[in-house]
Design a protein around this ligand. Sequence first.
Ligand code: GTP
Ligand code: MG
Length: 302
Amino acid sequence: MTTRAGFIALIGEPNAGKSTLLNRMVGAKVSIVTHKVQTTRARIRGVAMEGESQLVFVDTPGLFLPRRRLDRAMVAAAWGGAADADVVVLLVEAHRGITEGVERILAGLEDMGKGRCVALAINKIDRVQSEALLGLTEALNARFDFAQTFMISAEKGYGVEDLRRWLAEQMPEGPWLYPEDQIADLPMRMIAAEITREKLTLRLHQELPYQLTVETESWEEREDGSARIDQIIYVARDGHKGIILGKKGETIKAVSKAAREELEEFLGRRVHLFCQIKVRPGWLEEAARYSEMGLDFKDGNG
Ligand SMILES: Nc1nc2c(ncn2[C@@H]2O[C@H](COP(=O)(O)OP(=O)(O)OP(=O)(O)O)[C@@H](O)[C@H]2O)c(=O)[nH]1
Ligand SMILES: [Mg+2]
């Protein structure tokens, strides 16, 4: 049997459903998902097997017009993921169609040059009438030379099998890149930090989720089989600390509980999770914070 293996970058506007698709392909939640834009911050790899093909999916941050250093580093990571991939899958939201943001991404794909295999996945088809999809498919294919078009719902799973089978055929021949049973290529400490960041993002309003970062400070394996995990939530302002704590510490308590429960399910054992909030006005300009997130600090230079 000839084996195949390669990288597939999932790109698109923030909120297009890239992380949802990655998780569905992998069959486990390795990348966090929220209803808010700019959830994913770094490239996250998930591994799936399809017959003799190994598909390494690269989830990327959404592509948008960056303003801050963090935004620029995120967008650079996304384009970097696309440049390194064997196949690029562009996700476009069915109900939003060709937005300004999609136009900008198409221009970026043109700039990447010909010869790259780019597929189109119109996502969230569960949200529209099927008649609307034909027009959108035609309009997008008139704008860019896609190798193939798929209509999917990453959330409901529609069309995902077809996409996976097609991707498997596109992978170059070669040995598998990861052990057959590996599903993610992300340190556990980072997955743990991401889970806490997801719970914070789901609970906090407006800009606050974009002004914080979570790091796993220590991870201790205990004799009784449980793990003690200590995390730091960095915020930029004193007032933010109060909001995250909540009345009588209720907010942070609820966040830690939700994160701990998910971690326990993921790890299949007991977890003791301790989250501490630190006010650090300059964290968005600190190189160490970026490497913890898996981003290149220099990419954020304006
Ligand atoms: N109705 C519907 N919602 C979806 C579908 N796929 C994803 N979503 C929702 O869209 C929202 C964003 O999904 P994500 O997977 O976090 O999107 P993303 O592209 O990774 O977003 P960023 O990381 O911010 O760039 C979540 O609320 C998902 O549940 C789908 O097929 N149908
Ligand atoms: Mg994402």
